[in-house]
Design a protein around this ligand. Sequence first.
Ligand code: NAD
Ligand code: MG
Length: 376
Amino acid sequence: MSSIPAQTASAITVPVPLGDRAYDILVGRGLIEAAGARIAALGARAAALVTDEHVGPLYAQALSRSLAANGLRTAVITLPPGEATKSYAGLERVCDAVLEAKIERGDLVVALGGGVIGDLAGFAAAVVRRGVRFVQVPTTLLSQVDSSVGGKTGINSRHGKNLVGAFHQPSLVLADTSLLDTLPAREMRAGYAEVAKYGLIDDARFFAWCEGNWTGIFDGGPERDEAVAQSCRAKAAVVVRDEHETGDRALLNLGHTFGHALERITRYDSTRLVHGEGVAIGLTLAFRFSAALGLCPLSDAERVEAHLKSVGLPTRLSHVPGGCGTVDELLDAMTQDKKVKGGSLTFILARGIGQSFIAPGVEAEKVRAFLTSEID
Ligand code: NAD
Ligand code: MG
């Protein structure tokens, strides 16, 4: 009953060694079929499976069947898709449904979906009954390589994104890469910006590998599993060094200062810009800014842009649908970012591909001059 099909035996395991909060990330095609056995091994009697209306009809039945086959009583909670679900109302719904399903302290919340479901279900797990364990089954490329790893959970407030939340590490992450076969192409590209980011931060070899292998990642070849696993290794390494983001976890924000500003300017309207698209423009700008400051060869910035462009991502301010606003609006949006301290800006800059560093105290005038030259 709990035998593990052959294809999952080849799953790649990425450990996250966080002491008594340590867990494994498993990466492979077809993991969801055997998920029940792996989740039951955590020792719970019941699971609340949280998903959204896009993902649920595709995969919730296979997962809940596998859980039931392994003796776990399972309730499915299905929420509307989209960022608006990461709200106080969404949290209330999940918490009440988890209690309704009689999930006890030893039981589990299982998040089956993208980053929206992972962040929301993870936060509900952190607070319901003062904390129950949870399992991430991420279904977007972004959530497989980024949001499901590291324990940041939360919801949005009217004051901004992700402002209410908790650090709550999952007990297991199952990244079934075959689930990405149904992901819309635009979401796939957006997640890919975060994959490329890991190479750009500190792994030039991985970036070069991405340049040569990205079609296999998109087509679902073995390169996809390798890219997801390598991204998880990179994120896990940063998280283990700096679990609560007091130091170099900030490196993961490469491309995000510009990216977040563009998301703010486009009012988080996903028909205009999704997060990964903002990151792709932000990565290009971070390298172009580094080159303009004389820190990095312009040829490296051009290589970053050429690669992101080849996968179909936007790379310039002029690529923002409906416009990127004026230099003042951009600066304003940037200084609202939480990475701003005492008026000066903290950027993640680079000395080259794979050589990023945290640069506190970047003068606003230098940013202004750079943005002016980019907009002209
Ligand atoms: P998402 O969860 O909104 O998913 C994107 C869309 O794809 C949704 O419509 C969803 O229903 C659909 N979908 C998901 N999986 C699918 C599949 N396999 N097949 C078909 N459709 C599918 O978006 P996302 O990009 O995964 O996550 C974005 C969220 O992640 C944001 O809220 C962001 O703040 C958060 N995030 C969190 C962290 C963290 O460390 N916790 C890091 C990065 C991002
Ligand atoms: Mg990001």
